[in-house]
Write a protein that binds this ligand. Structure first.
Ligand code: TYD
Ligand code: MG
Length: 464
């Protein structure tokens, strides 16, 4: 195939250069030029483009009035793996492009092989493009997963043009590209896995999906070093972005929808990695609790609401004498927010950790981004600092502001009900989340409503 001309485009200002330069000739930014296939505008050469009357640049296109466009509901095919369908918003959509990101070894290939096999058994033709493993390795995994007599077609290939030609010839209902970082196009001189290659290949595959109706799933590794060539650069191109979370040392894995043009975001699917692949966990509310027989200092359970399901997660803190520049570390929680909460604790509740190392951790490798974790984090830190455990059956949630105010969390009633269902008996929550006076109480749960962080500290002290 004849090579098309490539140019280098600046990611900052859009300026172009015929050859690669370290510094953009237009805006002067460093390391921003990325190789792209040059596409001259139809009907005009790049040079005279702006001297041409606008109508000559290309034909006009038809317009449609919004209210007259028929809004047909998207037609989805369930994969048959309930927890995956939940994050996809019901199933795969013809022509839809999904990106699944996650650390190496977390279970992306396993889940997708299970999903395409289930689809194939349901009569949808599935094609698995394996760029990382040979056909034999994929077969070995399918045996391990107990997928006997699987009819899924496997294509061990990494060259984009060949992959697209094969997809075009077979027109499967779903194709998995495992992984997008291994695919390369002949049109670019950059190495496979580089930003330029990953972007160009994903763009071609997306165009193919839209034109053919084949649903495409791109697998992307999150690279430890800033994820430069990782899935992040593709998020804007695709319809759905899913990320795998979880600690590879624990068996639980979460799949979270970050973006979904066909469904709700922030929905999560919960899986357990077993001997025979990933199994859905349909009732995950209690899996992120470590089982202490007796309460220990520095541990507070919170109720987080992930998508549509409340889950109980244990927050642990360890506060210990630090050196001249004490450390603040968090796993599964935002570090900047931790610094802010420590400042609020000091200023409004008189709890000083200036000369202490502070570590906080959300148990089980779960990541909590909602501010409703604030109250639990602050109580866990205080508990560790004082060496005093929380009472048995204690939970807390609520956002804490810079002025020390405790703000409500969305859907507080659901969170409280889930805690009561799992046998928790004492809750400290924002006032607006507590049941209103005169309304029905939540059985088995004593609720302390607070409006300020100082109040929350007082309540806890009185509970001792
Ligand atoms: P894999 O799907 O290869 O991860 P990724 O594609 O995200 O890199 O999963 C690899 C891990 O899962 C590996 O450590 C082995 C484990 N595993 C099981 O525990 N059970 C199984 O049935 C399979 C297939 C893998
Ligand atoms: Mg893999």
């Amino acid at each position: 195939m004849a090579k098309e001309k490539t140019i280098y485009v600046c990611t900052e200002c859009g300026g172009t250069s015929a050859k690669w330069l370290g510094k953009c000739p237009s805006c002067g930014a460093w390391n921003t030029l990325i190789e792209q296939v040059a596409q001259p505008p139809a009907g005009a050469s790049a040079n005279n483009r702006f001297n041409t009357p606008f109508a000559a640049l290309g034909g006009t296109a038809d317009l449609a009035v919004l209210s007259e466009i028929e809004a047909s509901d998207v037609d989805r095919t369930p994969t048959g793996i309930d927890e995956l369908d939940r994050v996809l918003g019901g199933g795969i959509v013809p022509g839809g492009v999904t990106l699944i990101g996650g650390d190496p070894g977390i279970g992306k290939s396993t889940l997708l092989l299970q999903a395409v096999d289930a689809l194939q058994r349901a009569g949808q033709n599935a094609l698995y493009v394996s760029g990382e493993e040979s056909g034999a390795q994929v077969a070995l995994r399918s045996r391990r997963l107990g997928l006997d007599h699987s009819q899924v077609q496997v294509l061990p290939e990494i060259q984009l043009e060949k992959i697209i030609a094969t997809l075009d010839a077979h027109r499967p209902a779903i194709a998995v590209i495992d992984s997008i970082q291994t695919v390369y196009s002949d049109q670019l001189t950059s190495a496979p896995g580089s930003v330029a290659q990953v972007r160009e290949c994903a763009a071609h595959l997306t165009r193919f999906a839209k034109a053919s109706g084949t649903a495409i799933v791109l697998v992307g590794h999150v690279t430890k070093e800033g994820a430069l060539a990782g899935p992040r650069v593709l998020e804007h191109m695709v319809d759905t972005v899913l990320y795998f979370e979880g600690d590879t040392h624990s068996s639980f894995r979460l799949v979270r929808a970050i973006k979904n043009r066909f469904g709700a975001v922030n929905e999560i699917g919960v899986f357990a990695m077993t001997e025979r692949g990933l199994k859905g966990v349909s009732n995950p509310s209690a899996i992120f609790l470590s089982q202490h027989p007796e309460p220990v200092p520095g541990s507070v359970v919170m109720v987080t609401l992930e998508g549509t399901r409340p889950m109980l997660v244990e927050i642990q803190a360890l506060v210990d004498n630090g050196g001249p520049s004490p450390r603040r570390l968090s796993v599964g929680l935002d570090r900047d927010r931790l610094a802010m909460l420590l400042a609020v604790l000091h200023r409004h509740a008189g709890v000083a950790c200036m000369d202490q190392d502070v570590f906080v951790n959300a148990v089980g490798g779960v990541r909590i981004s909602e501010p409703a974790a604030d109250l639990a984090v602050m109580l866990a830190i205080t508990s560790s600092l004082r060496g005093k455990p929380m009472p048995k059956g204690f939970i807390a949630f609520g956002e804490v502001g810079l002025a020390g105010e405790v703000r409500p969390a969305p859907r507080g009633q659901e969170r409280l009900k889930e805690a009561a269902k799992l046998g928790f008996s004492v809750a400290v929550v924002p006032k607006a989340n507590a049941p209103k006076k005169g309304s029905k109480e939540i059985e088995g749960l004593t609720i302390h409503a607070v409006e300020r962080i100082e109040e929350a500290m007082d309540v806890v002290r009185r509970l001792d």
